[in-house]
Design a protein around this ligand. Structure first.
Ligand SMILES: *[C@@H]1O[C@H](CO)[C@@H](O)[C@H](O)[C@H]1NC(C)=O
Ligand SMILES: *[C@@H]1O[C@H](CO)[C@@H](O)[C@H](O)[C@H]1NC(C)=O
Ligand SMILES: *[C@@H]1O[C@H](CO)[C@@H](O)[C@H](O)[C@H]1NC(C)=O
Ligand SMILES: *[C@@H]1O[C@H](CO)[C@@H](O)[C@H](O)[C@H]1NC(C)=O
Ligand SMILES: *[C@@H]1O[C@H](CO)[C@@H](O)[C@H](O)[C@H]1NC(C)=O
Ligand SMILES: *[C@@H]1O[C@H](CO)[C@@H](O)[C@H](O)[C@H]1NC(C)=O
Ligand SMILES: *[C@@H]1O[C@H](CO)[C@@H](O)[C@H](O)[C@H]1NC(C)=O
Ligand SMILES: *[C@@H]1O[C@H](CO)[C@@H](O)[C@H](O)[C@H]1NC(C)=O
Ligand SMILES: *[C@@H]1O[C@H](CO)[C@@H](O)[C@H](O)[C@H]1NC(C)=O
Ligand SMILES: *[C@@H]1O[C@H](CO)[C@@H](O)[C@H](O)[C@H]1NC(C)=O
Ligand SMILES: *[C@@H]1O[C@H](CO)[C@@H](O)[C@H](O)[C@H]1NC(C)=O
Ligand SMILES: *[C@@H]1O[C@H](CO)[C@@H](O)[C@H](O)[C@H]1NC(C)=O
Length: 699
């Protein structure tokens, strides 16, 4: 058993090394790079970059003020300063969340103690080169002075200095500035970051599933303690704590429908488009027992349903003029985020198997204008610990009040809230907040004061399942349900505008009938999807498609899926995998992936009549357990992605990694439960999952 454990450990670490997830284009302030209309004059970046012309000329000024006395040193330092315009600037400059004044300079000598690092090939010794060229050259306002790095040291001013004044030797200097970035991939070697084109990636032959549950759930969240347990919730408002079986054990998941972890059905308004839409467990849940539910309520049925109406004079919306599709009053239905505790007994929250449905604190309440399109997923950012709330445009075909583009409306937005620092009631009122939370200092409002302070991203229609990549949390990916033509997947970055309702995916939408032809100012800052599909691809009927976002697959179980973003269509029961090519470029190509049900599935799959293919029904959501195994939550039950060979799909990488693990009882990563936590300090969530059925389609 000990041997098997060791092999398991070895294999799970091996797979992580084979294909480390690396960087993707992102600027120092965590915004996405923007497209340049003309190449930068000084830094000469073209295409996409993290600088605009203003910043380019600031860099030029800085460069001139350095008055570098030799041309050799001058020409090596210019690209160093310009690296902040690189589309990969965040990777180059930000180490452990702290931006540095100069990028990480490629260094040939890597510490050999850590075997994972010795795998990295750094071909150019740029740091050493820079030292050899510039060590004795005088530089004014040197960015290499130690005090600028936040270390105690010689104060810097416009005084002229040489590197040798601050640093005793090359080794000393390169220890401070050299290396590879935190994810062991990108460093600056004097040239803009280039990625290798690997050619069109070969899509996997298929996705092999096994059925491990009969129930129909909207959300799944792995237990924050890293164990083989996960929470599942139903649209009606019950949450269960289940155990996830070992692959190949032949067991279904352990979930007793008759004894939920918590039952919130008294508060939750359950109807086609309404119910419990999301849940999130605090990153320190195992210690503090804090958890959060996102659900809809009905003002006429539950006294706690008391939010302000999102249709109000701030956003040019008169509730008395709104007609809802089912005769309900506008804002009769609301979206609520409520906090609960699993610490009531005072015992260790990670041991809790149930919790009281008594609300500890109301985080957020907002009345909804119509009856559909209100998202509702919540999840904690794995790096910042803030709560992200995904909100749709509120329904109504085409977003008739243009809420999604309105900086004053929280509809059609992704919000980012601090639930650890709650303000006093008077401060809440002063800031006109929608509940009990505070605003993270670096929310986009810090740079655009017209935005409501809660907003992280705008221009969404109905974000239906977002996830942070567990290997590279800067990849925050959301699927956004379309209107008539197109279902999209976006990489969400700070302050990004994803286009709805000006665009539906790549297609002009509100623009079509707009009388104003001068739309260039409106369009220049929109971010277009990285993946998606036309409705015609899954269904000939207009509007009858609805994307369900998934995860970047990070399990060792199916090595041919590793690193691919898996997502589906709610109605079509179709699944796609998106692959990045070149790797880490942000360019994705996508293909529909066949799937089937593996032999020895713990629960027999139901087949589509006249076929051997499994019938999943609606794909509500996806989940990721603590082993990073991917779970499909469908109307027909709970399915897990298993080794491709169990479905007779060939995957040469599987053969390579499973040579020593025979038989269906030896999953390649049986030993990975706790031994392989994500890099971030926060151990949990990311996940989650859902649906809205017909509500996703607009009236
Ligand atoms: C950017 O510059 C490179 C090299 O100078 C050139 O090959 C490329 O075509 C340019 N791209 C654009 C979009 O101008
Ligand atoms: C360049 O970017 C800065 C900071 O993001 C902004 O303040 C400035 O207005 C931009 N300048 C131009 C010309 O777009
Ligand atoms: C730049 O350096 C030269 C000598 O190296 C000096 O004569 C000149 O005054 C300096 N210029 C500025 C603006 O500091
Ligand atoms: C810098 O100057 C010192 C003293 O002149 C010399 O010993 C050293 O080799 C020089 N360093 C470099 C990197 O040129
Ligand atoms: C830099 O020098 C100027 C004038 O030489 C002085 O006023 C200023 O206080 C100095 N700044 C620092 C941080 O030492
Ligand atoms: C960089 O290289 C120097 C020698 O050139 C070495 O002493 C140092 O440890 C290296 N630093 C890092 C962070 O790799
Ligand atoms: C890119 O390809 C070259 C040549 O094939 C290889 O030496 C280098 O390590 C690759 N770089 C990355 C970042 O994969
Ligand atoms: C799931 O449903 C099937 C068919 O109704 C039944 O045979 C099986 O026992 C159920 N399994 C579990 C674990 O509930
Ligand atoms: C958990 O409960 C215990 C006893 O009831 C209490 O002392 C403690 O402060 C609670 N912890 C949190 C984080 O609420
Ligand atoms: C929404 O935007 C469209 C297109 O810009 C415009 O025609 C329409 O009047 C706007 N609707 C409202 C309620 O402001
Ligand atoms: C544009 O106008 C046409 C014809 O009046 C209409 O069918 C269509 O729905 C309109 N599109 C939008 C986005 O309002
Ligand atoms: C896989 O192949 C084996 C041997 O050819 C066959 O017995 C089995 O039914 C196949 N399984 C599936 C799921 O197609």
């Amino acid at each position: 058993m000990g041997g098997a454990h060791a092999i398991g450990l070895l294999l799970c670490s091996l797979v992580l090394l084979i294909d480390p997830a690396i960087s993707h284009p992102l600027c120092i302030d965590s915004r996405a790079p923007s497209t340049l209309s003309t190449p930068l004059k000084f830094c000469s970046y073209n295409g996409t970059a993290c600088c605009n012309s203003t910043e380019d000329s600031q860099i030029q000024k800085q460069f001139l003020s350095m008055n570098i006395s030799t041309s050799a040193c001058s020409s090596i330092l210019k690209p160093v300063l310009c690296a902040r315009c690189d589309p990969f600037a965040a990777e180059l400059f930000v180490v452990d969340s702290v931006p540095r004044p100069v990028p990480i300079l490629c260094n040939s000598t890597l510490p050999s103690a850590n075997s994972s690092q010795s795998l990295i090939q750094v071909t150019k010794d740029f740091c050493s080169n820079l030292w050899d060229t510039c060590a004795n050259v005088s530089i004014s306002n040197s960015p290499f002075a130690p005090s600028l790095q936040g270390q105690a040291g010689i104060p810097v001013n416009s005084t002229v200095s040489e590197l040798t004044q601050f640093w005793q030797s090359k080794a000393d200097f390169c220890n401070a500035f050299g290396g590879v970035s935190s994810d062991e991939s990108v460093c600056f070697d004097g040239e803009p970051v280039k990625l290798n084109d690997t050619g069109t990636p070969i899509p996997p032959h298929g996705l092999c599933l096994e059925k491990i549950g009969n129930g129909s759930y909207l959300n799944m969240v792995a237990h924050p303690d890293g164990s083989n347990r996960a929470f599942f919730s139903s649209q009606e408002g019950k949450v269960w704590l289940a155990t996830i079986p070992e692959e190949g054990s032949g067991e279904a998941m352990g979930l007793d429908e008759s004894s939920p972890f918590v039952d919130l059905t008294d508060a939750v308004h359950f109807d086609t488009a309404f119910g419990m839409m999301g849940m999130a467990f605090h990153p320190n849940f195992a210690q503090n027992g804090r958890f959060f539910a996102s659900f809809n309520c009905d003002k006429e049925k539950w006294p706690g349903c008391t939010g302000r109406c999102s249709c109000n004079s701030d956003v040019n919306c008169d509730p008395s003029k709104i007609g809802t599709d089912n005769g309900a009053q506008p804002c009769q239905y609301q979206t609520v985020i409520a906090e609960y505790t699993a610490n009531a007994s005072g015992s260790q929250p990670s041991l809790a198997t149930s919790a009281k449905p008594s609300e500890v604190r109301r985080i957020f309440t907002m009345g909804l204008p119509f009856t559909g399109g209100h998202g509702g997923q919540i999840l904690f950012g794995p790096e910042d610990g803030y709560l992200y709330l995904m909100m749709g445009d509120g329904g109504g075909k085409g977003d008739p009040y243009n809420f999604s583009q309105n900086k004053n409306s929280l509809l059609g937005k992704i919000m980012r809230l601090d639930v650890d620092n709650v303000l006093s009631a008077s401060e809440n009122t002063k800031l006109n907040l929608w509940g009990n939370y505070s605003i993270p200092k670096d929310n986009p409002v810090s740079e655009d004061q017209e935005l409501r302070p809660e907003i992280w991203a705008t221009g969404l229609r109905n974000p239906w399942r977002c996830s942070f990549d567990s290997e590279n949390p800067a990849y925050f990916i959301c699927a956004d349900v379309g209107q008539d033509l197109y279902e999209e997947v976006d990489v969400i970055t700070k302050g990004g505008n994803y286009g709805w309702n000006i665009y539906e995916g790549p297609y002009p939408y509100a623009l079509q009938n707009s009388t104003s032809k001068n739309t260039s100012t409106q369009l220049k800052d929109l971010t277009f999807p990285i993946m998606g599909y036309n409705h015609s691809e899954v269904n000939k009927k207009e509007g009858s498609a609805s994307v369900t976002g998934g995860y970047i697959y990070r399990s060792a179980t199916d090595p041919c899926m590793y690193g691919r973003y898996v997502y589906g269509d709610l109605y079509a029961g179709a699944i796609w995998a998106g692959s990045e090519d070149p790797e880490n470029s942000g360019n994705f190509s996508t293909s529909k992936i066949p799937f089937s049900c593996g032999r020895d599935s713990p629960i027999a799959c139901t087949s589509i009549p006249g076929s051997s293919l499994p019938s999943l029904g609606y794909i509500f959501s996806f989940g990721e357990d603590n082993r990073k195994d991917l779970i499909v939550l469908a109307s027909s039950g709970v399915y897990r992605v298993v080794r491709p060979s169990r479905c007779n799909y060939t995957c040469s990488k599987e053969n390579a990694t499973s040579a020593e693990t025979q038989g269906p009882s030896a999953s390649p990563n049986d030993a990975c439960w706790i031994s392989n936590p994500p890099k971030s300090t926060v151990f949990l969530v990311s996940s989650l999952v859902l649906l809205l059925l017909l509500s996703l389609i607009q009236v």
